[in-house]
Design a protein around this ligand. Structure first.
Ligand SMILES: Nc1ncnc2c1ncn2[C@@H]1O[C@H](COP(=O)(O)OP(=O)(O)O)[C@@H](O)[C@H]1O
Ligand SMILES: [Mg+2]
Length: 250
């Protein structure tokens, strides 16, 4: 059964339609990549999936619960199933890494301070940052900041993690390390990932399946594994996969 089921989702800002009648689903444990050119609506889709904006129409089922129009109790139940790292990925600069990761536990649970610290440190260990807990975000490298943001996003043990361009601005080696972390978390925790990315290396490394959005159709132009999309008959799709091929072949 699908963990996320999106049917005929239409997303608008005011009168401007960004996505029209988009349908897809995500299976539990799957890593789904959302691809597409700049401005095609990847972040918009993500923000609607996490309930930040109400869709103009359509349905978003998460774990069997309808998210669109959900009342408070259902909405809270769904929100507890999901963790998010936004494109800006911002940690709070005035707080240590540990305090950043502690924050969701302090806000959303009634655990005592000791339990919260233990859990926060455990998450930092899972992302390889156990020795950097006391540092401030500015004292970390870009890749480490992303890892800390992932630790914060998963501290409440969500079933699904939504990541918006996690490897943006990172060098290829750091980006590859982040890809490895995502795959490890999917394998060891059975976590489901929905990852917006346009990094070809990342897509090939992490995605079980991908959907490609395009502005011309205000929606999905292709769905499949990275290998399937690379040989897709639509040149817009296969071209996306070919664009970095010469550099990678060297
Ligand atoms: N909050 C918003 N209000 C109005 N328009 C927006 C908003 N966010 C994004 N847009 C517009 O929607 C389109 C898709 O944006 P976005 O989802 O950020 O694209 P992507 O993430 O694929 O680059 C863009 O034209 C953008 O200007
Ligand atoms: Mg975006």
């Amino acid at each position: 059964m699908s963990l996320i089921d999106v049917r005929d989702l239409t997303c608008r800002y005011g009168s401007r339609t960004i996505l029209q009648d988009v349908s897809f689903s995500v299976t539990a444990g799957e890593v789904l990549a959302i691809l597409g050119g700049s401005g095609c609506g990847k972040s918009t889709l993500l923000k609607h999936l996490i309930g930040l904006y109400p869709p103009a129409s359509g349905s978003i089922c998460i774990g069997g619960d309808e998210f669109v129009g959900a009342q408070s109790t259902t909405r809270q139940r769904i929100l507890r199933r999901i963790g998010v790292m936004y494109q800006s990925g911002a940690l709070f600069g005035s707080m240590s890494v540990l305090d950043n990761v502690r924050l969701p536990l302090e806000t959303f649970t009634r655990l005592d301070a000791r339990a919260i610290e233990t859990l926060a440190r455990l998450k930092l260990r899972q992302v390889g940052l156990e020795d950097f807990a006391e540092l401030f975000p500015a004292e970390l490298s870009g890749g480490m900041q992303k890892r800390a943001a992932i630790a914060r996003a998963m501290v409440l043990d969500p079933q699904i993690l939504f990541l918006d361009e996690p490897s943006a601005g990172l060098d290829p080696l750091t980006s590859a390390g982040l890809d490895k972390l995502i795959r490890e978390l999917a394998a060891s925790q059975g976590m489901t990932f929905v990852v917006v990315t346009h990094e070809l290396a990342s897509i090939n490394a992490i995605a079980d399946r991908a959907i490609m959005l395009d502005r011309s159709v205000q929606g999905i132009i292709a769905t499949g594994s990275p290998a399937e999309l690379a040989t897709h008959p639509d040149p817009l799709v296969s071209g996306f996969f070919r664009r970095e091929a010469p550099a990678r072949a060297q």
